[in-house]
Ligand binder design. Structure first.
Ligand SMILES: O=P(O)(O)OC[C@H]1O[C@](O)(CO)[C@@H](O)[C@@H]1O
Length: 427
């Protein structure tokens, strides 16, 4: 993974090279803290040890008995997004679906669309109590029964040491994978949580973890020596100068889900104490015809993170005599995408709008390992510099309690606030 922060300097937000030089002592201190946390496998920091601590063998054993047409992963947040990022980018041969929402029409459509007799179900929940995941799993289990499929023969559980799913796995002797200790869900893509789906979809886990390990080896006591820390420190420095939004814009359809994964990582880790940086999901070249107007001419309150593979397959553009389009004929879609990437990057810089370029060699296992690990390390560094509690997510609990109270799942004052909503309806 390479990070080019040149366009983050001397823009509207006024970040100077000297500011990064001044920040580098803080980066060194943060790196020391991170390395101490890794050495002690402290909660959260343990995620940065996964290239060494994640053992692919149990994952391969759990997946080995199946040869499915479909993989249905039932999980939400970090229990689905890492797997989805990996199978969207690298998966081959198996139709991988993710039930991470409880929209009835959408769930029904997916269950009607897959042949459950040739589907493997991976139900994933660290806590084993997440309402969406447990509800969807109960629906899937009933659909399998209705289809005459023995769900116990086609279900793999990924969960913590205790809880509903662990009890169910024990009771029915289901294949069960352990979520890693001390790794919050949004940091668990490179663990059993993300890698079961990847294994079923034919991803080379060793190459993926080797890419992550290579990025881990590049963590250093200076932002100028570590791509991950360069990104974490630069995004932090820009946030401190007003970049309230970070628009992540991969120039590859296969990385669109990566932007969704990044959004949870960045928002749930850094959105604390009335601070943080809002991740916006964009896609190149498509959003050049959409959000780019705002990024270039709207408020100077954001940075754009442009992500791309340096190499990719290509498609030739046939010659044409279409008026004014002959310059495209004989070129290729890859050349057009490359020109648009560099033009968008320059367009933002010309307008004083800060942007950062992240490149991986290819959308392959090594590249994704580098990218996912690099963003996780960047996030941890940003959290250290911002002095926030990177690895907790207390703010999401209020809504969970309110919903549970509304459903009669207990007495929660939060539910009272829902029924007391101020109304002003306009018909
Ligand atoms: O794996 P679990 O416990 O079902 O949690 C799923 C997701 O919900 C959260 O805990 C937030 O509610 C995320 O941090 C997590 O990725």
């Amino acid at each position: 993974m390479n990070v080019d922060i040149g366009n983050a300097l001397d823009g509207d937000l006024g970040l100077k090279r000297t500011d990064l030089d001044a920040l580098d002592d803080g980066v060194a201190d943060a790196h020391d803290r991170i390395e101490r946390g890794r050495a002690e496998a402290e909660h959260g920091y343990a995620a940065l040890n996964l290239p060494e601590t994640c053992d692919p063998e149990p994952i391969r054993r759990a997946a080995g008995g199946f040869d499915p047409d479909h993989l249905l992963t039932v999980g939400i947040g970090g229990s689905a997004l890492g797997a989805a990022t990996l199978t969207d980018a690298l998966g081959e041969g198996v139709d991988c679906r993710y039930l991470d929402n409880v929209d009835p029409a959408w769930v029904r459509a997916i269950l009607d669309d897959v042949d459950l007799s040739s589907t493997v179900v991976n139900v994933v929940s660290r806590s084993g109590t997440t309402a969406e995941t447990l509800s969807n799993f109960l629906v899937v289990r009933e659909a399998m029964a209705a289809a005459g499929v023995d769900w116990t023969e086609r279900t793999v559980v990924t969960t913590g040491e205790s809880g509903n799913l662990r009890s169910m796995a024990d009771r029915h002797d289901l294949p069960a994978l352990d979520v890693p200790h001390g790794v919050p869900g949004r940091f668990s893509a490179l663990s059993t949580v993300g890698l079961f789906a990847a294994e079923v979809a034919g991803v080379d886990l060793d190459a993926l973890l080797a890419g992550a390990a290579a990025e881990a080896d590049r963590l250093a006591g200076s932002l100028f020596e570590s791509p991950a820390y360069a990104y974490g420190a630069t995004t932090y420095a820009l946030a401190e100068r007003g970049a309230a939004t970070n628009a992540v814009m991969p120039y590859a359809e296969s990385l669109e889900r990566f932007a969704e994964w990044f959004a949870q990582l960045w928002a749930e880790s850094l959105g604390k104490d009335a601070r943080g940086q809002t991740p916006a999901r964009a896609l190149g070249a498509t959003d050049q015809h959409s959000q780019l107007q705002l990024y270039r001419a709207g408020p100077a309150d954001k940075l754009v993170t442009l992500v791309r593979p340096r190499e990719a397959t290509d498609v030739d553009i046939p010659e044409t005599d279409l008026e004014g389009l002959s310059y495209l004929g004989g070129s290729s879609l890859g050349s057009l995408l490359d020109a648009e990437f560099r033009a968008t990057e320059a367009s933002l810089a010309a307008a004083g709008r800060e942007n950062v370029r992240i490149e991986i060699d290819r959308v392959d296992e090594r590249g994704l390992g580098e990218l996912l690990y690099g963003m996780e390390a960047a996030c941890v560094l940003y959290g250290e510099l911002a002095e926030v509690s990177t690895f907790t997510q207390p703010a999401v609990e209020w809504g969970k309690k309110a919903a549970r109270g509304l459903l009669g799942g207990g007495e929660f004052s939060e539910a009272d606030a829902v029924t007391g909503k101020r109304r002003l309806e306009v018909e």
